[in-house]
Design a protein. Sequence first.
Length: 733
Amino acid sequence: MSGWDEGGVYYSDQAHSWRDGRGGTDDPEAAASRHSVLQKLKEFIRGFETDKNVFPYRESLVHNPKSLLVDMEDLDAFDPDLPSKLRSAPADYLPLFETAAAEVLVSLRSKVAGETGEMEDPVTGDVQVLLTSREDPVSMRFLGAQYISKLVKIAGITIAASRTKAKATYVTLICKNCKNTRQVPCRPGLGGAIVPRSCDHVPQAGEEACPLDPWIIVPDKSKYVDQQTLKLQENPEDVPTGELPRNILLSVDRHLVQTIVPGTRLTIMGIYSIYQAANSTASHKGAVAVRQPYIRVVGIEEANEANSRGPAAFMPEEIEEFKKFAAEPDVYKNICSKIAPSIFGHDDVKKAVACLLFGGSRKSLPDGVKLRGDINVLLLGDPSTAKSQFLKFVEKTAPVAVYTSGKGSSAAGLTASVIRDNSSREFYLEGGAMVLADGGVVCIDEFDKMRPEDRVAIHEAMEQQTISIAKAGITTVLNSRTSVLAAANPPSGRYDDLKTAQDNIDLQTTILSRFDLIFIVKDVRMYSQDKIIASHIIKLHASAGLASSDSKVSKEENWLKRYLQYCRTECHPRLSESAATLLQNNYVKIRQDMRLQANETGEAAAIPITVRQLEAIVRLSEALAKMKLSYVATEENVQEAIRLFTVSTMDAARSGISQQVNLTAEMANEIKQAETQIKRRIGIGNHISERRLIDDLTRMGMNDSIVRRALIIMHQRDEVEYKRERRLIFRKA
């Protein structure tokens, strides 16, 4: 990533673009043409009206004299010739536009000068003109030599931002012989200044002629603007499978500096330019003609949080169709039928995934605390129960999604990493999966295979929805407003009904409490069900090759994606009073039930029921209301949310075997024998790895689950203690 520093000053004979609008060539025709364009641009700023007597650009200039945002479509409506000129030679016509804006500003101010009694005269070229357009962005992969010096529009995600630097617009030179001074304009962006080789001073009698290259730069007398470089990477959903994401260098100046943080999704308008990389000549001897591309930004649009194209992308007929769909009585059922249609059954999981895709409402409290609206779901269970299929479906359907596998993900890859740039030796931040999926979903497969320290890294991202970094002198906070959909297997690979819930769900309570819904997905062996599933899968395979069915599925998926975007942008429901009361009473009852269960079994539930779970039900209720484009979450929504919560998280907390229940005399005897053997293996005050102890005793012919049960009973009697996330067993008595 070379070239975070600006290009050096170097010599060239090419004509400089006329930044001040006065013209740099002697060609009278070109000067006349420039003058007519300048007049047209001034007319546009002064005279363009949207409604009767509404002049947006004139008013914008008066309110904000520093910058002017111009819509290319407005320019096209005013004079179709102007946008084509701007697109083909933006480096020439943009400075002219800025001159026009500055001159219009002077005349507008002179009109109101009589009221204030004083006249301000801004420096010509003081207004920064920014462009915006409704055209589709070009893919970063297709940017080639044919686009050089042309106006381009691309979309992506910022992955790094440099510190601000001062970039000279005019360099003041002094001749070391005759002390003659001269101002030389600098090329904008990462370009350098074009310094003349000789001094034009005519020597008098007895004076020495000025030598070649006599100029010395006087930095203090030169003029500067702020400049910053950004690194823009392709959006994750635009990267072809198996390819590395491409990135490009951006240069922003003046009022665009320090407006963008890493992790922001952008659509930018800019001039595709080239520069001589600082270290490229050293590495490519003789490659003088090779230049690095970058984009000089002339307009930035931040993508909306809920979708990446902005609300303007919806057509009126589309909105009409969405509202009609939302008014139907069985919307919820219709949406759930569109969720992962290739998967048979798992109706409640599909409902949960629908809630996750729509999400609740994000709230900001008066004290500045933000409450998340995103829903996190964990699918835990047997292999071959379509867990990964759900993840893949969500990756395709969510407006913004990143898919990652637990084993191949490190803490830095999920959150953010600090990297040192080779050329400038400067540290910069690169966002990970959670930052890239801001405003969408992160799908984490094989969640149980992650290293515990990597799993801990996403605690903050899952609840506070931020990622705090303190490395290499960089302390900052990045946004990660994402939902998490995770899939995991129990420690033994399969869900074992002979084990307790704690043993099957071998994750820390700190991470479990951050999931709104936890589903235990079992592979139940039932003749009738197996037969239906088998015929469903065979049908899928048989119809997979048919083109018509394929296009129908993709059409459905696209429609769902658009409906999702619309709901997430337009609708932010809140609980009604009656729904809030119902929820409050239910939460108190759930807590009471869990307390009673804990007293009976003598052990706390595997999944804690805390205030987070209450917030989870609120989010689910809001998501259910959002599906119907309703601004109020009703009692009906709350009841469905509580039902979903009960069949998932509550069932998971109660699952597995409770300790002293259904013990036959034979089992009780086996447990006693196991206890004796455990005591023989571990002396009082000593400890042993749980894995090793269970392996030793199973080699003696004991049942794995009986040994675990014996350990749990000893733990309840306070004879043994678990240490290091239940990996070590310490004997107390």
